[in-house]
Design a protein around this ligand. Structure first.
Ligand code: URA
Length: 189
């Protein structure tokens, strides 16, 4: 199996969908490749596309604060997205773009081998957990998918748009910390 650097090199040359032609940078993933906790977002926005790093815009700053609230940071988790190239004008990724990108994320998950996956928002939850996942009703629920404990919380960009969602998300984050303490060995060392 390729390691993460090899996988990224292969992904750099990906032409499985049209997004590679319009992006500035590939946004492959960031963080601890041996993390027990993996976070999965939707796809790069403008800042991510410019810098080649996931979650570096306004939503990313909020994500860092959310991680800090549960005593985590980017050295303790691995962060990736459903699609690795920015969809023009931040539109939702198309089904064929998600399909084309699925293999890269699958390999990343295999390499990291996390105990817990946290989906950030509806698009990640419907890809990873259940195509019928309803984020407003089901955020904070835990499900086992291929032996990995999975949950979803509101996307940080949704929390920027609607502050009323924040208390529910803080409650979800507290449950996430408890679950990490329960099933992970190294994360809170
Ligand atoms: N939103 C996402 O879903 N992913 C990013 O990397 C940045 C913003």
């Amino acid at each position: 199996m390729a390691d993460m650097n090899e996988l990224k090199s292969q992904c750099l040359g990906c032409e499985k969908c049209a997004l590679g032609a319009t992006r500035t940078n590939l946004v492959f993933g960031v963080g601890n490749e041996r993390a027990e906790v993996m976070l999965i977002g939707e796809g790069p926005g403008e800042q991510e596309d410019l810098q080649g790093i996931p979650f570096v815009g306004r939503a990313g700053k909020l994500l860092d604060d959310m991680l800090e609230m549960i005593d985590l940071d980017r050295t303790k988790v691995y962060i990736a997205n459903i699609v690795k190239c920015r969809p023009p004008k931040n539109r939702d990724p198309l089904p064929e773009e998600k399909d084309a990108c699925r293999g890269w994320l699958k390999e990343q998950i295999k390499l990291v081998n996390p105990k817990i996956i946290i989906c950030l928002g509806r698009i990640a939850a419907t890809e990873i957990i259940d195509s019928e996942f309803k984020i407003t009703r089901q955020h904070g629920e835990w499900l086992d998918v291929d032996g990995i404990r999975c949950t979803a919380i509101y996307h940080p960009a949704a929390l920027l748009r609607d502050e009323h969602k924040r208390p529910e998300t803080f409650a979800d984050l507290r449950e996430i910390r408890a679950e990490i303490k329960r099933i992970c060995d190294r994360t809170y060392d």
